[in-house]
Design a protein around this ligand. Structure first.
Ligand code: 0RA
Length: 645
């Protein structure tokens, strides 16, 4: 190697190193956070590369293994990352992909990179945040290998044998010094994402294997996700516990103005609207131009059809955009070459040109369906009319809530025991099941910054109630008023105004038993359907009261599970008395403070939405009419005794 070349090589590699160092210094800039979410993001980032290879038509099977030590292996049967010399960098292309920030796919200009993680940062970022990573490439009859530690190359790419396979395999162990909170993967979280990817990219087979545990028969847990029909199957999956009111899923797939658009939708007999939108396989929680396009296409087409049908003749109410979406479950998926993401969580599509593409696609699809299925068309129009009537009733109820909220200075609910602090960032409110536990919490709290709002018994199941019933409900009105949240423009009745939010921690505190989790689930369902921004902005928490009090003489210790109870009993030795708390009511104020409310010792579980589609499905299943899937779910999840939605 000439002096010159050597010099260039080291200069470039220093630059590469700097990029990688930056990822380690500011990981949140690249993967969002270094908690559970960021940890799982690493997997999505690697899988996205394989999805791209599949979308380019070179691979159809992707496998993800959670290994025994919580390392992850992602495998595909694509062309294999090139291993030859990368002329500009002077090292193997594989090494460039793995160690240069932003290098992914750069050398294949024609490849149309459509997926890409939330931030599209590439596998090098995963490498930087892994204590160890091994890349294996099966290509040209040979097996190639390279390993890294914290993103630093351990040895040049080498051939370690022959093969007739092709593809890429990456195994990485997340760095514990970066992911301090946890490096343990959650199976359900990964499964939800793999399922979603399979639906969004039909024809690809994704398998997920959990090598850490065995099922009851001693087998390793493997799930295979594959969809032949894509989005229409996804919609059917999401609505599997709801009752459809039309014959078929309405679906289309095609290109409009050069933008690939895929839409599937169905109407069910519920009152909620479930729209999920994706750009390049990323769930756009905050919506954006593609969602506006969908709404516009839907409203325009249905309005036109309804006007022409004569069904609106005797309808006194004006029909609003919202009315067309009651009981609608829909998925919109677009692929955009250079997406602009906006919004608080960078999940709102900004590209203007997408609106008309989606709107046109939806109009065409829906017009055809209505023509071909006149009975369904009639059902939909009648449903829309009912929704309009209900909306008028809801508006009256909502205005009542609004008025109460506006008056809230001095007009707080009588049942609220407020705190004295006025800075919302310092304030917490506990939503407590039942008046008696509410009383204990009131005595136990630190009144400086903790407020208590007791909720009576079972709160309304919003999953099954019409909107006006929800806004008329006493407990729900109290929650809006106490939290200082106002709602609802005519255009979007569920839009929240959080500018006067009075507490930045809203803690759901329920008994640690079946009834308690039912109530917690009802409250969560309410927040998910009517105050989703509160959840997405991280204001909602769940308290974790202990299950046991272990006593010996004057010694008292608390346990949150059976294992801990046994350990404490063992530690205290001899004859201990064990009290199983059946509810918060069995604790006195001091105990409740010590275990559940005192910020120094309590554990609050922040409620996060891993997968909005999965949360939607689970809530409708848990709160819907069908019993068997609910029983199944509870049995499968009972051992965790918590809610991870
Ligand atoms: C660029 C070019 C080529 C393959 C890939 C990228 C590739 C990347 C990944 C990442 C995970 N799995 C992958 N599989 C393929 C190949 C170009 C060629 O062979 O001509």
């Amino acid at each position: 190697m000439s002096e010159d070349k050597k010099h260039n090589y080291s200069a470039d590699s220093i630059q590469a190193l700097e990029g990688m160092e930056h990822v380690r210094m500011r990981p949140s800039m690249y993967i969002g956070d270094v908690g559970t979410r960021g940890l799982h993001h690493l997997v999505y980032e690697v899988v996205d590369n394989s999805i791209d290879e599949a979308l380019a038509g070179h691979c159809d099977v992707i496998s993800v293994d959670i290994n025994e030590d919580n390392s992850i292996t992602v495998r595909d049967n694509g062309r294999g990352i090139p291993v030859g010399l990368h002329k500009k960098e002077g090292v193997s292309a594989l090494e460039v992909v793995m160690t240069k920030i932003g290098a992914g796919g750069k050398f294949d200009k024609d490849s149309y990179k459509v997926s890409g993680g939330l931030h599209g940062v590439g596998v090098s970022c995963v490498n930087a945040l892994s204590e160890h990573l091994k890349a294996t490439v099966f290509r040209d009859g040979k097996i190639w290998e390279q390993e890294y530690e914290k993103g630093k190359t351990l040895y040049p790419v080498k051939s370690v044998g022959g093969t007739d396979k092709k593809g890429t395999e990456v195994t990485f162990t997340p760095d514990k010094t970066i992911f301090e909170q946890t490096t343990e993967y959650n199976y359900e979280t990964l499964a939800a994402r793999m399922r979603e990817l399979a639906y969004l990219n039909k024809g690809i087979t994704v398998t997920l294997t959990d090598k850490r545990n065995k099922d009851d028969e001693g087998n390793i847990i493997v799930e295979t996700f594959h969809s032949n029909e894509g989005l229409s199957e996804f919609v059917r999956y999401l609505d599997s516990t709801r009752t459809p009111v039309i014959q078929h899923v309405i679906a289309m797939e095609g290109e409009k103005n050069g933008i690939p658009v895929e839409v599937a939708m169905i109407y069910n007999d519920s009152y909620s609207e479930n729209l999920h939108s994706y750009v390049n396989n990323i769930n756009t929680h905050e919506g954006g131009t593609h969602l506006s396009g969908f709404r516009r296409g839907l409203t325009g087409t249905l309005k036109k059809y309804a006007d022409n049908s004569g069904l609106l003749k005797n309808v006194k109410y004006e029909i609003a955009g919202d009315d067309f979406r009651e009981g609608l479950t829909a998925i919109i998926s677009v692929k955009v070459a250079e997406p602009q993401f906006e919004g608080q969580t960078k999940t709102k599509l900004g590209n203007r040109e997408v609106t008309s593409a989606v709107s046109q696609a939806v109009s065409e699809m829906l017009t055809d369906y209505l023509e071909e299925n006149p009975n369904d068309a009639k059902t939909i129009v009648q449903k829309v009319i009912l929704a309009a009537q209900a909306r008028h009733a809801a508006r009256k109820a909502r205005e009542m809530v609004q008025r109460k909220t506006v008056m809230s200075i001095g007009g707080l609910p009588g049942k609220l025991s407020d705190c004295s602090e006025t800075d919302p960032a310092m304030c917490e409110i506990f939503l407590v099941e039942g008046d008696s536990a509410g009383g204990t919490a009131k005595q136990g709290r630190d009144r400086n910054f903790q407020a208590i709002l007791p909720l009576r018994g079972k709160i309304l199941n919003v999953e099954k109630a019409m909107q006006h019933k929800v806004f008329e409900n006493e407990e729900i009105k109290n929650m809006f008023t106490a939290l200082g949240i106002s709602i609802g423009t005519e255009e979007d009745p569920r839009a929240l105004n959080l500018s006067k939010l009075r507490y930045h921690k809203v803690v759901i505190m329920c008994d640690a038993d079946v009834d308690g989790s039912h109530i917690a689930t009802l409250i969560l369902t309410f927040f998910f359907r009517y105050m989703r921004d509160m959840v997405e902005q991280g204001y909602i928490y769940i308290a974790t009261p202990p299950l046991y009090l272990v006593k010996k003489g004057q010694k008292r210790e608390y346990a949150w599970d059976d294992n801990q109870r046994d350990l404490i009993a063992h530690k205290l030795g001899g004859s201990v008395t064990i009290q199983r708390y059946k509810g918060l009511g069995e604790m006195n104020a001091e105990q409740l403070w010590d275990t559940t409310m005192n910020p120094e010792f309590r554990t609050l579980r922040k409620v996060v939405i891993d997968s909005a589609t999965e949360a939607d499905r689970v809530f409708s299943m848990l709160m819907g009419d069908e019993v068997p899937p609910r029983r199944d779910f509870i049995e499968r999840n009972a051992k965790y005794a918590n809610i991870d939605a």
